[in-house]
Design a protein around this ligand. Structure first.
Ligand code: FE
Length: 131
């Protein structure tokens, strides 16, 4: 068994766990590129004290690079728990965030999400760069 066997993927329009990457197809050198990542865009994922998306990480693999760089990570820390017990606070962090980055090289943006019950899910999207 390898850890890579634990990463699940599917069409995000049919499988609620798959991180959705919203970013331009094309950017330019020196220009800030915004990447928005979310889980549950088409089919909402539960967000309760018992079942929630714990974090999302975003990576960029530049063409010709052997390993990716981690662009950012977001932890979603509020899932309704409070002094009176599970699901009593009424406060829930939604599993979505955005970041901005610059790159001189084209490559692939990858996102990994982690559900506390259903594990690791991934998705990827190409980014082209003009001179
Ligand atoms: Fe789940």
């Amino acid at each position: 068994m390898s850890i890579k066997d634990l990463f699940q993927t599917a069409d995000w329009k049919k499988e609620k766990h798959v991180p959705v990457i919203e970013s331009p197809e094309l950017t330019a050198k020196g220009v800030l590129t915004q990447v928005k990542v979310s889980v549950g865009k088409e089919i909402p994922h539960p967000n309760t004290t018992e079942h929630y998306i714990e974090w999302i990480e975003v990576y960029f693999l530049a063409q010709d690079a052997k390993s990716p760089v981690c662009l950012g990570r977001c932890e979603f820390s509020s899932h309704g728990a409070w002094a009176q017990g599970p699901n009593t606070s009424g406060v829930y962090t939604e599993p979505q965030f955005s970041l901005n980055f610059k790159t001189d090289k084209a490559g692939v943006i990858s996102a990994v999400s982690y559900c506390n019950i259903h594990g690791l899910w991934e998705n990827s999207k190409e980014l082209k760069v003009t001179e």
